[in-house]
Design a binder for this molecule. Structure first.
Ligand code: GTQ
Length: 354
């Protein structure tokens, strides 16, 4: 405690009645709590946590027996960080994660909401998502954007179940009292004549002439896994990052910025070898293992991961990656860095940063 705040405590602390009256009037002396209110660096409420896909997979598939899609609307098991109040539906203080399952023939009807969403397809092939009239067929590893206030519906026209990770900014939107929600009057929204249209134009560095779309989120609906993995494998050794190995950000091709206004997303490959260097940033992140095996050390806690395990890296937590075994380890992740940057709250500490 600083000497200024100690002095204030001494001179004002003589009367119990005074402090009782302050409390009765719903006031509190700042000088008693200022060090907790303003710690020297972020002290997030969330702690590191891991969900192992092996353990939760049966529960996700069981959900499909327990509840019909008509009743569930979205059949999702949310991944709630035990360090946060469960009514916040939060994996970090700002980020939400959930696992959604859709059986053959099922439809998750169209709606829209202010939270932004990203999906990372885990299992199954041939379901679709339609966003703002564009339909895309989903395959494992595809990353699909559902930006704020865009109509979206999902359907499964394939022969088997389809499972994906839902990444949303629900806790952030709720903290800001920015939640709006609307159901579409029909199950499906009208679909344009071309499937995957945005990927075929914007995804190839092309833009329709006369296009004046908003730049706040990526025009690309689906970043297919094959292309993203090929891009990762096409990176030269010189682009190796000391903490993150080979890492690519999914970007808005019109700006070079993040795919969503509040969240960004990454695919990275850690090659076999010693643990990479630790770093930390004021953004919080959720990781999902994709291929191979690895470890993620978060503030000294070691998490071993396999494909589709989910790991929370809290804000300002030192973390370091390692591949386990002889194969490269591939990870998907998303974070709230765009929010932190927009508010001038983004900082990082690690090799190469002062
Ligand atoms: O698929 O639209 O996990 O609206 C949470 C809210 C998924 C969705 C979630 C949603 C969705």
């Amino acid at each position: 405690m600083s000497s200024a705040s100690q002095g204030a405590t001494a001179s004002a602390g003589s009367s119990k009645d005074y402090f009782d009256e302050i409390e009765a009037r719903h006031m509190r002396p700042l000088w008693q709590v200022i060090d907790d209110l303003m710690p020297l660096h972020p002290k997030p409420m969330e702690t590191a946590y891991q969900w192992k896909w092996k353990e939760i997979r049966p529960l996700v598939y069981k959900a499909a027996e327990m509840v019909s899609i008509e009743n569930a609307v979205r059949r999702v098991l949310m991944l709630l960080n035990p360090s946060l109040p469960k009514e916040r539906a939060a994996s970090t203080q700002t980020l939400y994660a959930g696992i959604q399952i859709l059986l053959p023939g099922e439809v998750a009807p169209a709606h829209r909401h202010t939270p932004n969403a990203l999906r990372f397809v885990m299992e199954g092939k041939g379901a679709f998502t339609t966003v703002s009239g564009e339909k895309t067929i989903l395959g494992p590893g595809d990353v699909v954007t559902t930006p704020t206030w865009t109509w979206h519906d999902h359907g499964n026209e394939s022969e088997g179940p389809v499972v994906w990770l839902d990444a949303l900014d629900i806790p952030l939107v709720n903290a800001l009292s920015g939640m709006f929600y609307e159901d579409y009057p029909q199950k499906h929204q009208p679909v344009s004549d071309i499937t995957n249209s945005s990927q075929r134009t914007y995804g190839r560095g092309l833009r329709p002439v006369g296009d004046h779309r908003s730049l706040t989120y990526s025009p690309i609906l689906n970043y297919p896994y094959s292309a993203s993995e090929d891009a990762l494998n096409g990176l030269p050794a010189s682009s190796h990052h000391p903490c993150d190995g080979r890492i690519l950000e999914y970007v808005n091709p019109l700006t070079g910025g993040p795919i969503l206004p509040t969240m960004d997303a990454y695919l990275q490959r850690i090659d076999p070898g010693p643990e990479l260097l630790p770093h930390r940033h004021s953004s919080s992140a959720i990781y999902m293992g994709v291929k191979g095996k690895g470890t993620l050390t978060v503030d000294g806690q070691l998490f071993s991961w396999e494909p589709y395990d989910v790991i929370v890296v809290p804000a300002w937590a030192k973390h370091s990656h390692r591949a386990i075994g002889n194969e490269p380890a591939v990870l998907f992740s998303y974070s709230n860095a765009p929010t932190m940057k927009a508010l001038a709250l983004y900082r990082e500490e690690g090799p190469g940063t002062a």
